[in-house]
Design a protein around this ligand. Sequence first.
Ligand code: NAD
Length: 315
Amino acid sequence: MSGHQSPVTDSRVLVTGGAGFVGSHLAAALLPENEVRVLDDCSTGTAEAVPAEATLFEGDVADPEAVAEAMAGVDLVFHQAAMVSVPRSVEAPVACHRTNATGSLQVLDRARYEDARVVLASSAAVYGEPAAVPVTETEPLVPESPYGVSKLAAEAYARTYADRYGLETVALRYFNIYGPGQAASDYSNVITTFLRRARAGRPLAIHGDGGQTRDFVHVDDVVRANLAAATADGDAVAGTPINIGTGRSVTIRELAEQILSVTGSDSDIVHTDAREGDVEDSRAAIDRARQLLGYEPTVDLESGLGTLVDGGTRR
Ligand code: NAD
C-alpha cells in the first residue's frame, strides 16, 4: 500500500503468512513505523517477498514452539498463514485443518499469553453458496469445502477466545482478493490465470457459462481493512466477523472481457465444463465494515486491473 501512513505505530507486530500475497503487502504497510516480524513456512510464499526491514521466522504456524518464539513480546498479530487453495483442501483435508484450524488456535492461544490483539484472515468460503446476495454476516454459514470448514473453525475459536478470555480478536471475511505480487500458480485465482493467458495469447477458459459473479477486492483495500481492524475500538469489534469486499460484483465473462481490453490481447474466450462446487453468486454486504472499521473500498476493478498489467504477478 504505497503512499499511506499506517495507523498502527510503535508496535511489535507479527504477520503470519507474511511471505505470501496479502501478508507481504501488510508487512510492507506496517513499516517503518513498527517492528515487524513474519512467521511463514514458505510453502507457497517466498522469503524474497518479505520486506527487507522485517524479520522472517521460518516455521510452521501449527507448531507451538515456532509460534511462541515469533510471538514473544508482540502487541498485535495479523494472522494470514493458511493453506489457501480450495482444491488442495479437498485433496488433503487433514493437512488443511492442521494449518488453518490448529494453526489459528495456536496463534490465539499464544496471544492470550502475550495479551495481543489478533486480526484473523477468514474467507467468504464460510458461507458456501450464499442464501442471498449481497451476503451479510448474519447469513447461514454452510461451507462447502474443507477449506471453508477450517476457516469457520478458526472464526469460532476467535469468537470463543474473545468471549471466554477477553482476547481482542477480529475475523475479516475476505472476498476475492487481487493485486500485485499474487502468485500465478496452478491453484491461483481467476485474475492471475486470465492475465497470464491473455499475455501469452492463449485462450481464457471460463468454467460454465461465465454468468457466475464475484466480488473482487484490491489488496490495498484489504490492507486498509486490516489496519483499521487493528486500531478499532476493541469492545466493538471483539469476536466479530466482518466482510471485506467492495459490495460490487462482476460476472466472470465481464472479467475476461475487461482483461482482454486492459492487456490489449486478442486471446479467445472459451467455455469448459462448469466446476463442481463452484459458488454461483458472491458479493459482500459491507455495511458492518463501514460501521465498525470506517472501511470504504477505494480501488475499482478497472483501475486495479490496470496496476497489474505491467508484470505485477509473480511465478
Ligand atoms: P498466500 O498463499 O499468498 O499466503 C499464505 C502464506 O501462508 C504463504 O506465504 C504460505 O507460505 C504461508 N503458509 C502456509 N502454510 C503455512 C504454515 N503451516 N505455517 C506457516 N506459514 C504457512 O495466500 P494469500 O492470498 O495471501 O492469503 C492470505 C490469507 O487470506 C489466507 O489466510 C487466506 O485463506 C485468506 N484469503 C485469501 C483470499 C484471496 O482471494 N487471496 C480470499 C479469502 C481468504
